[in-house]
Structures are given as C-alpha cells and as structure tokens.
Write a protein that binds this ligand. Structure first.
Ligand code: ATP
Ligand code: FE2
Length: 327
C-alpha cells in the first residue's frame, strides 16, 4: 500500500516538488524556474546549479504547504529523464538523499509519461496525449503494453521554436506567452505547413516566420500565422493518432498547452470526432512535481518492481522504453 508521495522534477528549466496522496489529492505544488540570461538559451550546467540551490527549499516549502513532516512521506519519485544531464543529476541526488534519510523507496520515472498520466487525474482513462513543451513535441498513447510515440517533431520542440522566434524579434524569454498576446492578426500569412506522415517539422516554419518579419510584415500578423500553422500541424497529428488507435480521449500537456488558441483548436477537433478533450490546469501542464509524484505513486500501487535502474538518470529515456506493469 503506497502512502503519500513526494515527487521531484528537474529535467529542464523547472525545479519542482509536488506532494500527492494515493487517491490523487494534490497536497503541494512548488516550483522555481531557471531563466537564462537575456538573449541566450538554456545553459545546462547553470540550470543544474539553479536546481541544486532551489530543491532543498522547495522540499521544505512543499512539506510546509502540505502541513506534513518528512516522516509522513512514504515514497519519493523523481524524473529519470529525458532531459539535460546536470539538471537530471541534481534531481536524482535530491531524491536519493531525501529517500535514504527516511529509509523509503525511491523511484525514477519517465517525464513524458508523467505528462500523460496526469490526465488520469482529470478523469481521462486511456487518452492520447498531445505533449507540446519547450524541448518536446510528441503525440503519445498506450498501446500493446507500452507507451508509444505516434508522432513527434523531427527537429526542434515547438516551445523552443517559439522561444527562438521571440528572442530574434526582441521578446523576452519565454517567448511563447508573449507571442500569444501579440497574435492579433488579422492577416494570415502563408507559412510552411510541414507534417510528414505522423511527424512534424518546425524549424523551417520558425525561419520562414522570422524572414516574414524581417521583410516588413507586421509582428501581430506573423505571430498569429505562426500560431495558427504550428497548432494546426500539432492537432492534425493528434487527430490521426486518435483515429489510428480508436481512442476517444485527448489530453494536452507541456507548457505550450497553456496557450488558449491551442486549447480551443484541440477542443474543437476532439468535439468534431466525438472525443473528449482534457486540459489540465496550467500549473499541471507545465513541468511540475505533482505529475512526477503521481506517476511514481501509480506505478508502485500497480506492483512495479523496483530495480537498480530506477535510481539512475537517463538523458535519452524514451517514452517507449518504459516497462508498463501498472495498467
Ligand atoms: P520539457 O520540454 O522537458 O517539458 P520545458 O521546461 O522546456 O521542458 P515546459 O515547462 O513544459 O517545458 O514549457 C515551457 C515552454 O512553454 C516554453 O517554451 C514556453 O515558451 C512555452 N509556453 C508557455 N506558455 C505558453 C503560451 N501561453 N503559449 C505558447 N507557449 C507557451
Ligand atoms: Fe515537460
């Protein structure tokens, strides 16, 4: 029987600690986000250093906000990957030191699967996940004993693409939310729409958007067109995965899923095919510790057998490498 779980997230920009009870009640959700210096991208070692400083206080704050002491925690879960080496190692170290001190089990989980499984807290039972974050853009679903990636970006993650566009046109990091605010249009500019089979490619779209801006197109029109094109591509692949798997639930995850226009497009698409779209609260769409705690808790409740490997980070921990014993 699994009791209360504390989860640690540290795969990329966000260091976070969440606490959850076995019935899915969220008891704490604390975060601290590393922001790179103006004009540059994420620096893995700097981000790792940020997380190393932030995590001890996040753990204390999470326990305080849950009104618990550390001895109330019976499982510690952390994101084993995928992610940036220095960031992952920091989270794993924090999890090990917390777990060893309390003599409780430590479980390393897959970050992408955590974005999917948090959809079950929203009421989904067997969804297709459209996962659009900074580094990742994937369409994932459970099929034949594994979580499978049905489609993904062939180059950059959509969020990183939006951030890159934002940086080049002078918007502060993260660019995604600023682009959303500027997306007034009204003119739709023709941009490369690039879906290949079930995969997507964004880097040509970002370059082309930049060129439109440099050649004098209004920023509001370029932002609007960039969003419309990128989101239509993502929704098309998600729709194909729904059709292919015969599932009728869609879950959105990742920071880009905070975008109101993407939410609207995904909801419309789901409705048109009699599917239900589940959109977790924004705090649970972005990287968070709650989803890591929840997945650890679900896996242990489902008789997942811990081994040495569950203690080690894996930068390239792919979604379909996860042994699924809890479904
Ligand atoms: P990972 O890819 O490992 O999940 P991450 O830290 O890059 O890591 P998230 O925290 O899920 O990912 O999301 C951050 C991304 O979400 C950034 O690229 C940011 O621009 C984007 N984002 C946040 N809000 C919005 C929004 N309203 N519209 C579009 N993009 C957004
Ligand atoms: Fe993420």
């Amino acid at each position: 029987m699994v009791g209360i779980t504390l989860g640690i997230e540290s795969t990329a920009h966000t260091a976070a600690v969440g606490i959850i009870s076995p019935d899915g009640t969220i008891l704490a959700d604390e975060k601290s986000i590393y922001t790179p210096e103006k004009g540059s991208g994420i620096h893995p070692r700097e981000a790792g250093r940020h997380h190393a400083e932030a995590l001890p206080k996040l753990i204390t704050d999470a326990l305080l906000s849950a009104n618990l002491s550390s001895s109330d925690i019976s499982l510690v879960s952390f994101a084993r990957g995928p992610g940036l080496g220095p960031c992952l190692r920091t989270g794993a170290t924090a999890a090990r030191s917390f777990g060893h001190k309390l003599n409780i089990p430590i479980i390393g989980v897959n970050h992408c699967v955590a974005h999917l499984e948090i959809g079950l807290l929203e009421g989904a039972t067997d969804p297709v996940l459209l996962y659009v974050s900074g580094a990742n853009t994937q369409v994932i679903a459970y099929s034949n004993g594994r979580f499978r990636v049905f489609g993904e970006t062939l180059d950059i993650g959509l969020g990183n693409g939006l951030d890159k566009f934002g940086r080049e046109v002078g918007l502060e990091f993260p660019g995604g939310p600023k682009i959303e605010k500027l997306s007034e249009g009204p003119n739709l500019i023709n941009l490369p729409y690039s879906v290949k089979g079930m995969d997507m490619s964004f880097s040509g779209l970002i370059t082309s958007s930049l060129n439109k801006f440099k050649s004098g197109q209004k920023l509001e029109n370029v932002c609007y067109s960039l969003q419309e094109t990128a989101f239509a591509m993502s929704c098309e692949v998600a729709e194909r995965a729904l059709a292919h798997t015969g599932k009728n639930e869609l879950v959105l995850g990742g920071g880009v899923a905070c975008n109101s226009r993407l939410r609207e497009m995904a909801e419309t698409m789901a409705k048109e095919r009699n599917a239900t779209c589940f959109v977790p609260e924004r705090s649970l769409c972005v990287d968070n510790g709650v989803m890591i705690a929840w997945l650890g808790s679900v896996m242990m409740a489902g008789d997942y057998q811990l081994s040495e490997i569950d203690n080690q980070v894996d930068q390239k921990f792919r979604t379909d490498m996860v042994e699924v014993s809890w479904r």
